[in-house]
Design a binder for this molecule. Structure first.
Ligand code: EPZ
Length: 421
């Protein structure tokens, strides 16, 4: 269990380099098993969830090399459709291995993916998708057995689910015929996955919209791909900059992936510009005046991402007035609020999904515990704001999705120390 010790109240200055997107790289890694040929994926973030998924994919026989953010995978010797259950039940995202296993081998046997602290995380929509593709699904005590090659069909999701959409795409790429996927999620990470699959020889149209068409092909080949920048990491550091009234350059970013959060942060008084530097774009932040309260509700893309809700709430503790945050997707995504209240934040629960924040409050330093990935980022922001030393425990949650957050913050002048053990 590692900790971060932050001596807050400092202004930051300098450049933050954004890593590749966790929620894209995880799926591209599993998509790579759809061929026997080797693929090379660059700009892969070196985070716990990637290292966990590597072990899971290696447990079915793939050979993977991962260094300096570049991953090569040789899937030619895969000899099992039952990834190590002691690993899959610790990583909810491992569910995206089922689609590729069904497409290539016609079977998959996985542990029931554990829920997690942000919510029960059911997989009924995934099962519904595979059933619509003609796959037989058997539920045993703590595992699911999927059998049968997916058959091209008209597939309609029962809600906008990111990974269920990605499973529908990956399950269909080798089917005979055309699969139309309706009520598809439209996140940018799905577009990045489709781009990789099309480089492998797949025929996917409409990724990024709510209707996706997959024309099955006989086989796919290896490909090279550079993972898109992580919009969620970029938004996190942008909010760190605004919260501490700092001047940071955050790069690279894809501004169109962040439209609504840029709009809301500007409305709240954040001062920043999007500028082009060479062949990529970046955000430059400037000194701001006082922050204004702006209420938000979390929605599927292109709405305000639920993954940005937690840091945004910490930011609103510094705004002058009352704001409300309505978390519409997950039932457990306010776990960090109690920790913020220990630091003096004035936050009231109007319902399990709706909170009211009253600011500005001078957050007090203290010892707090991170309970999930994005909640952890919210607590780091609180530590950067509070004058004095804040200790954040269980930072392995943060390391699941943010590459070297302590190192990136040290480089821009934050006083942050990682304490292992
Ligand atoms: C993806 O999770 C992301 N994870 C999550 O990011 C993100 O919060 C979420 O999408 C929503 O944007 C990855 O891509 C690895 P969903 P996913 O299926 O696909 C319900 C992070 O912090 N649902 O889009 O699992 C579900 O409970 C992580 O980076 C069902 O009911 O989420 C939620 O209410 C956290 N049954 C809603 O749908 C299902 O079978 C949307 O969830 C599947 C989902």
């Amino acid at each position: 269990m590692s900790k971060f010790c932050i001596n807050g109240g400092k202004k930051l200055n300098g450049e933050i380099n954004i890593s590749g997107a966790k929620n894209s790289a995880l799926k591209i890694l599993t998509a790579a098993i759809l061929t026997k040929e080797e693929s090379t994926i660059s700009n892969v973030p070196d985070i716990i969830d990637i290292r966990s998924m590597i072990k899971i994919v290696e447990s079915i026989g793939a050979k993977i090399n991962f260094s300096n953010n570049t991953l090569t995978i040789d899937p030619s010797d895969i000899d099992s459709c039952s990834p190590d259950k002691s690993l899959t039940n610790k990583l909810r995202g491992s569910i995206v291995l089922v689609g590729p296993l069904l497409a290539r081998f016609g079977e998959a046997n996985i542990s029931k993916p554990g829920g997690c602290l942000i919510g029960a995380r059911p997989i009924d929509d995934h099962i519904d998708v595979f059933t619509q593709l003609g796959v037989k699904v058997t539920e045993k005590d703590n595992e699911y057995v999927f059998s049968g090659k997916p058959k091209a069909n008209e597939v309609t999701l029962s809600k906008l689910s990111v990974t269920a959409t990605e499973n529908a795409i990956m399950a269909s790429v080798l089917s005979t015929g055309v699969t139309n996927i309706y009520v598809a999620a439209a996140e940018p990470e799905i577009v990045d996955l489709a781009e990789f699959l099309n480089k492998m020889g797949a025929k996917i149209k409409g990724a990024g919209t709510h209707e996706i068409t997959v024309t099955g092909v006989n086989e796919l080949h290896g490909a090279k791909h550079d993972v898109m920048p992580d919009r969620l990491e970029a938004a996190t550091y942008l909010m760190f900059a605004i919260a501490t009234n700092s001047t940071l350059t955050i790069k690279p970013i894809v501004p169109q992936h962040m439209s609504i959060i840029l709009k809301k942060l500007r409305e709240a008084g954040g001062k920043f510009e999007i500028i082009k530097k060479g062949n990529f774009q970046c955000i430059e932040t400037f000194k701001r005046d006082s922050l204004k309260p702006v209420s938000i509700d979390t929605r599927t893309y292109p709405g305000f991402s639920t993954d940005m809700q937690s840091p945004y709430v910490t930011l609103m503790t510094q705004a002058s007035g009352e704001s409300q945050v309505f978390e519409t997707l997950f039932e457990g995504r306010f776990l960090y609020v109690d920790e913020l209240k220990l630091m003096g934040a004035k936050i009231d629960f109007l319902s399990p999904h709706l909170i009211k924040i009253t600011g500005p409050t001078a957050l007090k330093p203290g010892v707090i515990v991170s309970r999930d990935l994005r909640g952890g980022a919210a607590l780091v922001m609180a530590g950067l704001i509070a004058k004095g030393t804040t200790t954040i425990e269980s930072t392995e949650y943060i390391d699941r999705g943010y590459e070297a957050m302590d190192k990136k913050l040290l480089q821009v002048g934050a006083s942050i120390q990682r304490i292992e053990g």
